[in-house]
Structure formats: C-alpha cells, structure tokens
Design a protein around this ligand. Structure first.
Ligand code: ADP
Ligand code: MG
Length: 308
C-alpha cells in the first residue's frame, strides 16, 4: 500500500526542556483511517502539530505525499485539513464567511458549490448566515470540520474529535469520517477513547510518554493480544475441576456451575476439541456454552501498564 505521510526519527523537546516526542517513526497509508491512541500528555497533539507545521520539530524529517514539510511547507500543508482539539473560531463572523475565508488562506480560488456541499454534509447549511457565537457547542465543532474541509484536503487530521461530545454527535462524527474515507480522504484521528479507536480505525498506533509503543492493524492487534474465553454452563455443579481435566487451563466459577477455559485467539482448535472430548469422557455435561473476547481496552491497559 502507498505511504502518504512518512515520519522519520522525529523528536521534539519544548523550550521548557520537556521531551514531548522521542524518535517517532511512522508511515501513514493512503486512504486509511489511522487512530493514534494514547493517554493525555502522551504527545498526540504535538505530533499532529508538527506534521501540520504549527510546531517545529527538534529532530527528524516528515514527508507529506513526497513534500518535506519544512522545505516544501505550502505544498504539504495544502494537502492537509486539521480539525484542532481546541475550539477556536472568530465569534463575530458568519458561518459562510468563516469557511470561505479558510479556503482562501490556502490560496484556492473561490468555490461556492464546494462550500455549500461541505455545509450541507455537516448539517450547517441553514446556519450559513448565523454568527459563529450563536452556534451550539456541537455546531461549533462541526464548523471546525467544515473549515478543515474548505480547501478540499486529501488528508484530514482530527485531534480528539469526540472529546466532551454527546453520543449522537459522536456517532454523526464517525459516520462523517467513514464517508470521507469512501471519498478517498486519508484520516488520522487522535483519541484517548479506546472504543473510538476500536470502532473507527483500520490501524492503531499506541503512543505513551512520547514514544510509539506499537502500530498494528486493528484486527491483527485483537488477534495477537486478544484472549478468548469459553464458558461452559454445567448441568450439575462441581466442587473442583476433575483431575481428568487438569491438562486444560480451566477455572471453576458461578459456584461450581461454570467452567471457564481461557485460550489465545491463535491457539489451535485441536485444543478445544481435546477439551470437549475429555469433558465427555469424564461425564461432565453442559447445557450451554458461550465465548467472549477481551476488548481493545483490556489490551491497551495491559500494554501501558507493562511499561511502568
Ligand atoms: N507549548 C508547550 N510547551 C511546553 N510543553 C508542552 C507544550 N505543549 C505540550 N506540552 C507538553 O508536552 C507533552 C505532550 O503534550 P500533548 O502533545 O498536548 O499531548 P496529548 O495531545 O497526547 O495530550 C505534555 O507533557 C504537555 O504538557
Ligand atoms: Mg492533545
């Protein structure tokens, strides 16, 4: 797959002496939704700020579609739309002017049809003549997205797009992101919500204390690290796990009425077949069974805590 952004040996030390990023190497693929997942203070906004040319890197290089972001700033920046974490908009301007002006900043010729489409897509069309300060919080957030899309970027950064946002707006946001991906836009979003990364991303990069701990396809991450459990609801309660079953990783739960078998996602099916055969041979009968899989949340907590 084609690389659209490549970050090489990037480090950032702020003037205060704080080391916010340490040797970041990261490739973003064209057309993907990439989630940068990490707790507050991990360095997500700093990384985005550097790629978008708002924050100066201390070391390292970044290329956006082949353009060096320092030497070739205008070319690289014009490919990017940025929806910032903080709400910042000119309160006295109208919605229409705010979005049109944003496009102008990138030196693109006026295109009222595009602005109209963006405002309609974001359900802001009937507010086009309203002053920004009269909008609700949710509308202001959508306005930031409209601004970011005003110059038809091929890459969109969303910095914590759903932090402090209600459930409906959150789902609208996710829908919008998917439709942008379908339209060919590469999406990089940052989040500290694990379920957001799990819901949205094709790939996930976990960042902690300025370092990228891992980058993985979401499904691969789940497969590699996810544990599965098979719960057998027994016909009759057991006092302890029978000796005949001691070879299997079993635990007794539910006052002896449940046997829980834990296995790796990639663990072979033969092991489960053997377990079922041993159960039958030792006369343990079950009336029902169910499997559960650990969520990305469990995986994330394990990863971050393993490094302390
Ligand atoms: N302008 C700045 N000057 C000094 N330190 C900063 C500045 N901006 C961010 N930091 C620090 O850099 C670290 C990473 O911050 P940030 O990139 O905002 O993380 P995140 O977006 O993951 O919450 C934090 O410790 C933060 O306090
Ligand atoms: Mg941030």
């Amino acid at each position: 797959m084609q690389t659209v952004i490549s970050v090489t040996k990037l480090s950032k030390t702020y003037a205060s002496g704080l080391k916010a990023l340490e040797n970041i190497n990261l490739d973003i693929r064209r057309g993907e939704i990439f989630a940068l997942l990490g707790p507050n203070g991990a360095g997500k906004t700093t990384l985005i700020g550097i790629i978008c040319g708002i924050v100066n890197p201390s070391e390292g290089t970044i290329r956006v579609d082949g353009h060096d972001i320092v030497r070739d700033y205008r070319a690289s920046r014009s490919l990017i739309g940025l929806v910032p974490q903080e709400l910042t908009t000119d309160a006295f301007e109208s919605v229409w002017n705010t979005v049109s002006f944003s496009r102008g900043l990138f030196g693109k010729p006026a295109n009222p049809a595009h602005i109209e489409k963006v405002l309609k897509d974001l359900s802001l069309w009937d507010k086009k003549d309203s002053k920004v300060m009269t909008l609700s919080g949710g509308m202001k957030r959508r306005l930031l997205i409209a601004k970011a899309l005003s110059h038809e970027p091929r890459i969109l950064f969303l910095d914590e797009p759903t932090a402090g946002v209600d459930v409906t707006l959150r789902q609208d946001m996710w829908k919008l992101v998917r439709s942008l991906q379908v339209a060919g836009v590469t999406i990089i979003l940052t989040t500290h919500y694990i379920d957001e990364a799990e819901e949205m991303a094709d790939r996930i990069g976990v960042i902690s204390k300025g370092e990228i701990i891992l980058v993985e396809e979401k499904t691969e991450l789940m497969r590699k690290l996810g544990k599965k459990q098979l719960t057998l609801h027994l016909e009759r309660a057991l006092e302890r796990v029978p000796n005949a079953l001691s070879a299997h990783r079993l635990e007794l739960a539910g006052k002896g009425t449940e046997l829980i078998y834990t296995y790796d996602e990639q663990g072979d099916r033969a092991a489960i077949a053997a377990l079922l055969a041993d159960l039958a041979a030792s006369g343990v009968r079950f009336k029902d069974l169910q499997t559960t899989q650990s969520s990305l949340e469990d995986i994330f907590v394990t990863l971050v805590s393993d490094r302390k």
